[in-house]
Design a protein around this ligand. Structure first.
Ligand SMILES: [Zn+2]
Length: 128
């Protein structure tokens, strides 16, 4: 069994490690995902929510060198916070890329936003 706590919300889900998800249990449902009564659907929704954030982190690593740095061991990491606003409603819940926190110039953020809109669709990601 794995007890999973995604870094994108406060849900906690336990699932079997058999590759077939024969067992799934919700231990906690965050305010965004609490409306999803079906346990399997809850797991699917939380996983998709988390994977969307992960795909944007990967995209930033590959496309925006100014928002990344290479660590001593050679691995590249993003230098900005990438995640969701816990208070955002499910219907309007873009992934937030907090570039201004690290002092990235607005003009550069506008270019990043345009590229993210092209890659993920307008409204799916917000550079703030
Ligand atoms: Zn959640």
């Amino acid at each position: 069994m794995t007890l999973w706590s995604p870094d994108t919300c406060d849900c906690r889900i336990e699932f079997s490690d058999d590759g077939n998800l024969t067992y799934i249990a919700t231990h906690n449902a965050c305010a965004k995902h609490v409306q999803v009564a079906n346990t399997a659907q809850h797991f699917t929704d939380v996983l998709a929510h988390n994977r969307k954030k992960n795909s944007i982190v990967s995209w930033l690593l590959n496309n925006v060198p100014s928002l990344t740095r290479t660590q001593l061991d050679g691995t590249k990491v993003v230098t900005v916070s990438v995640g969701y606003d816990p208070a955002a409603p499910v219907q309007n819940d873009p992934v937030l890329v907090k570039a201004t926190d690290v002092g990235v110039p607005t003009l550069q953020n506008t270019a990043t936003q345009t590229a993210l809109d092209a890659a993920f669709g307008t409204g799916g990601v917000k550079v703030i």
